[in-house]
Design a protein around this ligand. Sequence first.
Ligand SMILES: Cc1ncc(COP(=O)(O)O)c(C=O)c1O
Length: 385
Amino acid sequence: MFKQDLSGLEQQHLLRRLTIVDSYDGPRVVINGKSILLMCSNDYLGLAGHPALRDAARIAMDQYGFGAGGSRLVSGTSALHHELEQRLAAFKGTEAALVFNSGYAANTGIIPAIAQKGDVILSDCRNHASIVDGCRLSKAERTVYRHNDMNHVEYILKESRDARLKLIVTDGVFSMDGDIAPLPELALLAEKYGAILMVDDAHGTGVLGKTGKGTVEHFGLSRGVHIQMGTLGKALGSFGAYVAGNRDLIDFLVNHARSFIYSTALPPSVCAASIAAIDLVEKEPMHREKLWRNRERFVSGLTSLGFNIGDSVTPIVPILIGDSEQACKAGDKLIEYGVYATAIRPPTVRPGTARIRATVTASHSDQDIDAALDMFGRLKQKDYL
Ligand SMILES: Cc1ncc(COP(=O)(O)O)c(C=O)c1O
């Protein structure tokens, strides 16, 4: 059965394989003994290898050892978990915050805890798989609205007037397209129809907004987004995730989010690294500024080469191809030329929209970006892209 499934996937050019990275050094990685340029990482600010994170983790390990040794409600809440939650709440400007073991665990814990039988969830059709799975775990009625389509959201809200609770959930930055959810409009609709609005800011945290606080700050919203979830493993260069909101929400999740309750806590050293990363985001805006300069250089180069990057307005830059086989060939050729930017195929993206999902980070130099553009251009000339 497994073999049959795998050969079916292979025939459709949908088989996934792991690529082993032998070492990471800023924007370069070694794969199969060859040093190549990394253009698909979510380490947007280049903090994953930053000495401040390494030092913080090392010091915490000396003090606490490595594993947390228990779940958060038993023995696993260290002073560093507590400090991280306080720092996240202050960073996000909310009453409280709660750390989860990953973004996947956060979404699959938060959504079913909040939306129960008799409730309605409205989820954007391009939301991340962890939101989709969170919705699947919920006993609420699940509806999916067309991407960023506010008329569709309003239509469903009107149809759901009698629901006990309505939860609208959206990515802040869409992970495969690099476009942004219209939070002000969603917040207005949520208010008009008495719904709760939840944003997953996995790719907005540290990246968007004047001080890197994310999509809510990007739009200058001071209220109207009730639940802000985000991850620590992308721009913050660490690992784990958080939810920020009011005190009651956080206490409710401590009592009801199963992925929080029934799982061993993050190692304290990981929390220490996340705290160090928040320090850097707050004190060193140059990482974010460099990220955005790099993004502009990359996108203007791609545009002048004639690439279609869809609606991307962030450091996530999809190069749309369509056909999965073609996307795989392009990804393989890119590695051969010295750029690591993976092909993304269904079911991660919609059928017929396979792509190379390229990202830029603050650790790329101008020369790196120009070299990548040169290789993308060569592939285009040879009709791979
Ligand atoms: C929008 C979004 N939400 C959640 C997640 C899951 O986060 P984590 O990798 O911490 O499990 C991701 C990860 O890719 C994501 O892109």
